[in-house]
Design a protein around this ligand. Structure first.
Ligand SMILES: *[C@@H]1O[C@H](CO)[C@@H](O)[C@H](O)[C@H]1NC(C)=O
Ligand SMILES: *[C@@H]1O[C@H](CO)[C@@H](O)[C@H](O)[C@H]1NC(C)=O
Ligand SMILES: *[C@@H]1O[C@H](CO)[C@@H](O)[C@H](O)[C@H]1NC(C)=O
Ligand SMILES: *[C@@H]1O[C@H](CO)[C@@H](O)[C@H](O)[C@H]1NC(C)=O
Ligand SMILES: *[C@@H]1O[C@H](CO)[C@@H](O)[C@H](O)[C@H]1NC(C)=O
Length: 176
């Protein structure tokens, strides 16, 4: 009886530690609140904001604003420059808490389409790069330079979950 309790506690502790480590390890992708504490609003310099970070694939942008006061449009470069969203809108968001996953290594342009807001400064561009590019140092190790792994933190998380489930199953078996 006593022994079972001790091993239960021990395994709980082990599991908690593992979960903690795996989460820490898996948390490679970042979530960025656009504008930081200024959120998505007029009167903020988003060029300054976007220049502060290096965005990689699977990072998430969060646009926070009062619903209806602004919106978020992913647009083409031409529309970013003209601020005329009658065409060139790739995606549109207006929930007031829009989470946009940067799924591709490419340049993204965002504007607010409320009249005057884009020209007033509610627009920015970001370069999203492959997450593995930063992790891959030089090709001096060069095991296989042609097939650079393009793992995102999402896939890493998925793998983490699988390990975790396997581990849980194993522990249940041991304890049962
Ligand atoms: C925006 O572009 C459309 C066509 O591309 C044009 O008809 C419209 O006049 C433009 N609006 C402004 C405000 O320039
Ligand atoms: C994106 O990268 C290009 C060069 O590839 C550079 O000219 C441009 O300034 C970069 N833009 C941002 C927002 O970092
Ligand atoms: C290799 O990496 C070093 C820094 O880690 C960098 O200074 C150098 O330019 C890189 N060389 C190449 C060929 O990428
Ligand atoms: C990396 O590989 C490229 C071609 O694949 C080569 O030109 C370059 O010299 C290599 N850099 C290093 C540091 O080995
Ligand atoms: C990895 O990159 C290749 C091409 O470079 C692409 O076809 C494949 O879909 C990518 N896989 C993931 C998981 O992004």
């Amino acid at each position: 009886m006593q022994e079972i309790m001790v091993s239960n506690i021990f395994f709980s502790f082990l599991l908690a530690s593992l979960v903690y480590l795996l989460l820490l390890h898996g948390a490679k992708c970042e979530t960025y609140t656009v504008g930081d504490e200024d959120h998505w609003s007029t009167g903020v310099n988003y060029l300054t904001w976007s220049g502060k970070y290096n965005f990689v694939v699977a990072d998430i942008l969060v646009f926070v604003y009062p619903k209806g006061a602004h919106d978020v449009n992913e647009v083409t470069e031409a529309t970013f420059r003209s601020c005329n969203a009658s065409n060139g809108v790739l995606s549109k968001y207006n929930s007031g808490n829009d989470q946009i996953k940067l799924t591709d290594a490419k340049k993204y342009w965002f504007i607010c389409d409320i009249p005057g807001h884009c020209l007033g400064g509610m627009r920015f561009a970001i370069n999203v790069t492959e997450a593995s590019a930063a992790a891959n140092t030089n090709n001096t190790t060069g095991s296989n330079p042609t097939t650079t792994p393009n793992k995102s933190c999402a896939s890493e998380r998925g793998r983490t979950m699988i390990y975790l489930l396997l581990l849980c199953g194993l522990l249940l078996k041991i304890l049962g």
